[in-house]
Each structure stands twice: as C-alpha cells, then as structure tokens.
Design a protein around this ligand. Structure first.
Ligand SMILES: C[S@@+](CC[C@H](N)C(=O)[O-])C[C@H]1O[C@@H](n2cnc3c(N)ncnc32)[C@H](O)[C@@H]1O
Length: 264
C-alpha cells in the first residue's frame, strides 16, 4: 500500500479542507436516512439519466473469465446488479459499502434479479480500508461514491491495491459541464433547485440535499481527477464526459509487473 494509505486514519478523518463535512460518521448517517428513498430520488432528480450513465459505464468494463469484479460504494447496488447481468456467468460480482441500510436494499434487489446473471455478494466495508487481498479483482468500480469518501486519494489507492495487474479501475462521478451557458444553468439547478426538490420529495433533513451540490462543487473533475488517478499509480488514465459533461467516466489500469509486463 502506498504512503498516503498508511498515514491516513479513515475512522478519524476530519471534515475536508474545503469545508464540507465528509467524516465517515456524517456520510454514513446521511445515507442511512435517505436509503429508503435513494433510488426514487436518483431517478426523479436525474430524469432517469443516471440509469443511462451506469449502462455506459458497465459496457466499458473488460471482464475476464473466472476473475471477480468489485463495485465499491455500491449503495443500493444498481451498478453491481448491472455488472452481474452483463458479465460472463463465471464472473463473481462483489459490492461493498459502509452503510448497512443501503446494502439491505441492494440485497433485496439482488434477490429479485439473481436468476438473470452471475452471483453478487454484498459486503459491509469502508472503501478506505477494503477487506480484500491485493491483486484480487479484474475490474474495480465506483459510481457517484468517490466524492463522498473522506480521503479521495486513499479511496483511489485502495481501489488500485485490490485490482489485478493489468485490470481496470473505473470511476463514474458528477462533473461540471464546460460549455458556457450550460455550466451556469447546471450550477443554478444544482445549487438552488435540486436541494429544494430533494427536501420536498424525500421529506429528509435539508442538509442531505445541500450536501450534494457542496460535495460536487469541491470535488476535482476532468483532468484534475485523472491526475489524482495517475498520482496513486494508475496508468493509461483517460476520461469520457457524458451528457455535456454533467457526469464523467474515468478509467485507469493497474500496471503489469515484472515478466508479465515484458510479455504484454
Ligand atoms: C451517492 S451513493 C452511490 C451509490 C451507488 N454507487 C449508485 O451509483 O447509486 C454513495 C454511496 O457511497 C457510500 N460511501 C461513502 N463513503 C464511503 C466509504 N468511505 N466507504 C464505503 N462506502 C462509502 C455511501 O454509503 C453511499 O451508499
């Protein structure tokens, strides 16, 4: 594990330097509260585009027969379930998240879909200290989750650690459109409309929906996030904006080692 991973202590991670409280306790409690309405809210507030973004992400995964894949911050499991539908039958899918309430919903959904694809295992775990062996998974993904992890670099380092050499790390995350006009409209929707809609629909603590624009606003996107992926040791890092840059798929590979690299 790299130096950053050893030095950080996720259990006591402070609020982020940018002022958004992303301590484990706060984030876990927020998702516990919104868990029962999370899926509906997602689909309503994104006008169902979130389904298309996950579909685009899953289609880019390069499975390998018999090699397991991992979806971190899996939440209610939509990406993991979609992976299980598309992966070869002998590919085991694992979803991990540190919020029990979100995982319970994922497990219920798996129960309804498990006959259609490969197996899915949902495991309670902090993305900053994954309980998996090094070099285990062919693909390691995170959708709309990395932004919530207290220590972004540690989250990325852990994804890379558990990925197999030559395997794929993928991040799907909100980003800010660059097109003039759209950027302003999007900013207004995110800052003013979405928190109010969230509050009305979910009848939830207002803070949970104020957190969304705050967390997106302070999170690196585009080249800045790609640079962090390179910094933790990923190679062939690239990113693909979706829907005018409202979301982006980031991809990187774990370098091959020694003789494997020479043969490649
Ligand atoms: C916005 S939801 C995304 C869920 C799902 N991936 C999706 O595409 O809808 C973020 C999830 O990240 C989880 N999460 C945040 N920080 C985490 C951490 N440090 N370790 C594990 N899960 C975390 C939350 O519990 C929540 O379920």
């Amino acid at each position: 594990m790299n130096k950053t991973a050893v030095e950080s202590d996720p259990a006591t991670a402070p609020p982020s330097a940018e002022g958004v409280d992303k301590s484990n306790a706060r984030v876990r409690e927020m998702f516990r509260q919104i868990a029962p309405r999370y899926d509906t809210m997602n689909h309503v507030l994104s006008m169902n585009i979130d389904r298309y973004w996950r579909y685009r992400a899953v289609r880019r995964l390069r499975y390998e027969a018999g090699q397991p894949v991992l979806d971190t911050c899996t939440g209610t499991g939509d990406l993991a379930i979609s992976m299980a539908k598309h992966a070869p039958k002998d590919v085991q899918v694992v979803g991990s998240d540190f919020c029990h309430a979100m995982l319970e919903i994922a497990r219920d959904k798996r129960g309804q879909t498990e006959k259609q694809g490969s197996d899915i295992d949902f495991i309670e775990a902090d993305s900053q200290s994954l309980p998996f062996k090094t070099d285990q998974f062919q693909c390691v993904t995170v959708a709309f989750g990395l932004r919530n992890v207290s220590d972004t670099v540690l989250g990325l380092s852990e994804m890379l650690r558990v990925c197999r050499p030559g395997g794929q790390v993928m991040v799907l995350e909100f980003s800010r459109p660059t097109m003039i006009g759209l950027r302003q409209v999007y900013g207004f929707y995110f800052q003013h409309v979405l928190p109010r809609l969230g509050q009305v629909f979910a009848r939830n603590d207002k803070a949970a929906y104020e957190y969304l624009p705050e967390s997106v606003g302070q999170f690196p996107d585009g080249q800045a996030l790609a640079d962090r992926m390179v910094a933790v040791g990923m190679e062939r890092v690239s990113f693909t904006p979706l829907t005018f840059g409202v979301a982006t798929i980031y991809e990187g590979s774990k370098p091959l080692e020694g003789p494997e690299k020479e043969d490649a």
